[in-house]
Design a protein around this ligand. Structure first.
Ligand code: HEM
Length: 476
């Protein structure tokens, strides 16, 4: 099946050299009248786009409710889109919920305003600044994992997702606001839980897809945002008195913005902190779920990771240790390939242009599905197989940079990528030193599209002590 229109070539969207110079419409499925390809999208958007990319190649055009979505999954075309033609595209920021949550922070701002913010925030993510955080991150993680001792004594089974979420929130809050975050941690994490609870669910059938949003749910969401604003602005105003001494990233961005002669006002600080908190914690938390799911399913990989971690001799990993955990890093990278917490991003064309010889009209949306890109056999042979050896340094050097995009790429790449990798390596290593997490055999596992790609039915795991760990928690 190939729906390329008459003025265009009918070859598949592989991006290979074409005889014709006229831009062509990409091939793609026809779908049903009126709704187009909506049904497969509602059923499972990640699998739907993966199938389209497999069938139609690196650039495909998918009809949905009278419009087209352009799906780009070829590394060279992705490079064109995200680097060469970057000024011709904007982020897709039409959704009121994301706007209300993160405002005009780094994630959603554009052009000169985005550049101004990136210059001011980037120094907080410099490698030596991040390394200096590993000490307190290790202590916080250790205290948190102490809570699991009693579970491990009993060999209990519990859903790890809420715990990973809370741990990631505590680390993110401490990173962004410093030690004083402890004063608002409980309130702030409860508000974050409320924001998540009232976030609109992705429609899964035709009726839901055409229904108007429920005003009661919107009101509850708005109330959570009001509490969030009050809490963050209250923190910012309270710590102004000390010029934000010891307030983590907040201190750095206030001081850098002052040095740049471009001081952030309270609303900008609120937007920046909310952006980084929400962009940074749920991604790490769902990442941790999928990493431990993969470890539970691949005993040989787990044994190799344990052997690497054993070289630390039981100490909480230091910054130097974290950088040396090569195999642990490969396990994480392979898990982020198959289960990228952000499964897709999109860009809107601001003018007519061509990518890989394919015509992208002004106003159209181009979808970049990490899920689909990372599951193409032409980029990753036997792509569905979990194999951390794909991320051995020589393998990475052989692969196209734009074949691996868990943190996106180009000028709008994830500012927190290095921070996230440090955090994930530290937590995965420390858990491996202390515990063994094994998937409950009755647990149904299904990746679901939400703000991140989360395990739809949770992730219940049995916890035991790692061999050689003392079972020394007090009786419950
Ligand atoms: C495993 C963890 C993470 C994943 C998978 C992830 C993924 C991503 C992706 C795919 C984007 C691009 C979004 C787009 O282009 O629409 C992004 C952007 C961003 N991320 Fe992350 N992220 C993670 C952790 C973090 C952390 C820890 C922080 C902050 C502390 C953070 C802050 C941001 C910000 C501010 C942006 C917008 C950057 C810009 O547009 O200049 N992320 N992230």
């Amino acid at each position: 099946m190939n729906s390329a229109s008459s003025e265009v070539g009918t070859d598949r969207g592989t991006g290979t050299t074409q005889a014709t110079t006229a831009p062509r419409h990409p091939p793609g499925p026809k779908g049903l009248p009126v709704i187009g390809y909506l049904l497969p999208f509602l059923k499972n958007p990640m699998e739907a786009v993966t199938q389209v990319a497999r069938e139609y190649g690196g650039m495909a055009r998918i009809p949905i409710r009278g419009k087209y979505l352009y799906l780009c999954s070829d590394p060279e075309m992705l490079k064109e889109l995200l680097i060469t033609h970057r000024t011709k595209y904007m982020k897709n920021i039409r959704y009121r919920h994301i706007q209300a949550l993160v405002g005009q922070g780094l994630l959603l701002s554009e052009a000169a305003e985005w550049r101004r913010q990136r210059v001011i925030t980037q120094p907080a993510f410099k490698p030596d600044t991040l390394d200096a955080q590993v000490g307190w991150m290790g202590e916080h993680t250790e205290r948190f994992l102490d809570r699991w001792k009693a579970h491990a004594d009993r060999g209990a089974t519990f859903d790890v997702e809420p715990d990973f979420n809370r741990l990631a929130q505590l680390l993110s809050g401490r990173f962004l606001l410093g030690e004083p975050f402890a004063d608002i941690a409980d309130e702030f994490c409860d508000i974050a839980a409320d924001v998540k609870k009232h976030w609109p669910a992705q429609p899964r059938n035709l009726i839901a897809a055409f229904m108007k949003p429920n005003p009661k749910k919107i009101a509850l969401f708005d109330a959570a945002i009001e509490r969030l604003d009050k809490c963050l602005l209250g923190f910012v105003q309270k710590h102004r008195a000390t010029d934000y001494e010891g307030c983590g990233v907040l201190t750095r961005i206030v001081r850098t913005s002052r040095e740049e002669g471009n001081l952030f006002d309270d609303k900008s600080l609120r937007d920046q902190l909310s952006t980084m908190f929400f962009a940074g914690h749920e991604t790490s938390a769902t990442g941790l779920c999928w990493i431990h799911w993969a470890l539970s399913n691949h005993p040989a990989v787990r044994a190799k990771l344990n052997a690497e971690v054993a070289t630390l001799g039981g100490r909480i990993p230091t910054a130097e240790d974290v950088h040396h955990l090569q195999y642990t890093q490969q396990v994480i990278e392979e898990s982020l390939r198959l289960h990228s917490p952000i499964h897709a991003i999109s860009r809107v064309a601001m003018e007519d242009n061509t990518v890989g010889g394919f015509f992208i009209p002004k106003g159209q949306t181009v979808v970049i599905s990490m899920y689909a890109i990372h599951r193409q056999d032409r980029l990753y042979p036997d792509a569905e197989r979990f194999d951390p050896d794909r991320f051995a340094p020589e393998e990475v050097a052989r692969r196209h940079r734009f074949a691996y995009l868990p943190f996106a790429a180009g000028h709008r790449n994830c500012i927190g990528a290095a921070q996230a990798m440090i955090e994930l390596k530290l937590i995965v290593a420390r858990i491996a030193q202390r515990y063994v997490l094994t998937l409950d055999p009755t647990q149904k596992v299904d990746p679901a599209p939400g703000t991140t790609m989360y395990p739809r039915y949770g992730m219940r795991m049995k916890i035991t002590h790692a061999p050689g760990q003392t079972n020394n928690s007090p009786a419950p």
